[in-house]
Design a protein around this ligand. Structure first.
Ligand code: PMP
Length: 399
């Protein structure tokens, strides 16, 4: 007998497994389309110049706890401007409870814990499909999970009618998780008009919208456009929860900087909610790290560095868009009889290719191309150097 005999290995995270298989493959033609992280046209991770500038500006800072509270509030306020617009009265009226979080994952987890604490009988409705970790996060916070229909495999687009039915048929006052832009894994977002209808139906049903915004900027290249869903909900008078991550749009994966905000009815309510969020965070990890916080708050509050960031974000989004066109064109030029329009219709970091698990396995085995079993392609992994090899491989396994 030993203390941990009964502990069996946990199941592997599907995305970590893809990277492991890729790394173990010595073939020089190998391609990793698994990770949802931005890469340059040589497949290399990118450190943005705005981050370099912010590093130079903060060099030599003293990481004292006495400075972190003020900078943390600055980070939250600047993050909220990205969500609600720079002149939003949400901010001037102090109607939000916001705290720095450990990237998008940490923001989601804090909200799940908060939901459990104040609505212990509630459940969370997650889109089908969604980022697999959403299931883990709400499971570990002991919130029962339900799904609502989202994706239509036959059109490789949104199943709007089914989504609306599920919103209508959920019990009144349910919590829903929504991806405001660049849905992971499908790359399928509702249109503005569809968001208006969703928001209206949420009002009718008194549902609570929790937006997980991990990819602001990646759908359109423009932060305001990518926040349109949330702003529609705001106009309609909803209270809103929002998780933000700077992992992708600033390329700061390892720094774990994010923000969780909860919109409240008034400032007094916001003070109470914020104090509860802080208490939950305190018991989970104390306080968040300060170096990434300094980087992000410097980028967001220095107007020159911020405009550089906006330009760099646009360039990343444009590279992904041109990868979409290049992949689709290459498949069509090869004479593929299949329809590949969805590659350019979908937006953001991912393309939900429609490849079957068997085709995904063939791509790995015969062509050294790695992606998750659901056929999700990280478009940032496509480069001008590998796109024709990739298109040719996809054409072969789908013919
Ligand atoms: N939400 C979604 C939808 C995501 O795709 C991701 C990252 N894959 C996250 C949240 C969390 O990202 P991070 O914790 O790295 O900010």
């Amino acid at each position: 007998w030993s203390w941990w005999d009964h502990v069996r290995p946990a199941s592997k995270d599907p995305i970590v497994g893809v990277t492991e298989a890729f790394l173990a493959d010595p073939n020089p033609k190998r391609i990793n389309l698994g990770v949802g992280a931005y890469r340059d046209d040589e497949g290399k991770p990118v450190v943005l110049q705005c981050v370099r500038d912010a590093e130079a500006k903060i060099a030599g800072s003293e990481f004292l706890e006495s400075i972190s509270a003020a900078i943390s509030s600055k980070l939250v306020e600047e993050s909220l401007k990205l969500v609600y617009g720079k002149d939003s009265n949400v901010i001037t009226d102090g109607r939000f409870a916001g705290i720095q979080a450990l990237s998008g994952t940490g923001a989601c987890r804090l909200f799940a814990e908060f939901q459990k604490r104040f609505y212990p009988e509630s459940q969370i409705y997650l889109p089908d499909p969604t980022w697999s970790n959403h299931h883990n996060i709400w499971r570990d916070a002991h919130v029962p999970r339900r799904t609502f229909r989202y994706y239509n495999p036959s059109t490789k687009g949104l199943n709007f009618a089914a989504l609306m039915d599920d919103v209508k048929n959920a019990p009144d006052s349910s919590f829903f998780l929504l991806h405001p832009c660049a849905h992971n894994p499908t790359g399928v977002d509702p249109t503005k008009e569809q968001w208006r209808e969703i928001s209206h139906q949420f009002k009718v049903k008194n549902h609570f919208p929790f937006f997980d915004m991990a990819y602001q900027g990646f759908a359109s290249g423009d932060f305001d456009i990518d926040a349109k869903a949330i702003r529609i909900f705001l106009e309609d008078g909803h209270l809103i929860g929002c998780a933000q991550s700077f992992a992708k749009n600033m390329g700061l994966y390892g720094h774990r900087v994010g923000c969780l905000s909860v919109l409240c009815s008034d400032h007094k309510q916001a003070v109470g909610v914020k104090s509860q969020l802080q208490q939950i965070a305190r018991a989970m990890y104390g306080s968040p790290p300060v170096h990434g916080l300094l980087l992000v708050s410097t980028i967001l509050s220095d107007s020159d560095i911020k405009s550089l960031w906006l330009r760099e974000m646009k360039a990343m989004a444009n590279r992904i868009k041109s990868n979409r066109s290049a992949l689709r064109d290459s498949l069509e030029n090869l004479g593929s009889p299949l329809n590949w329009e969805h590659i350019t219709n979908q937006v953001g970091m991912f393309c939900f290719s429609g490849l079957t698990p068997d085709q995904v396995n063939q791509l790995a085995r015969k062509f050294h191309i790695y992606m998750t079993q659901d056929g999700r392609i990280s478009m940032a992994g496509v480069t001008s150097g590998n796109v024709s090899y990739l298109a040719n491989a996809i054409n072969q396994v789908t013919n």
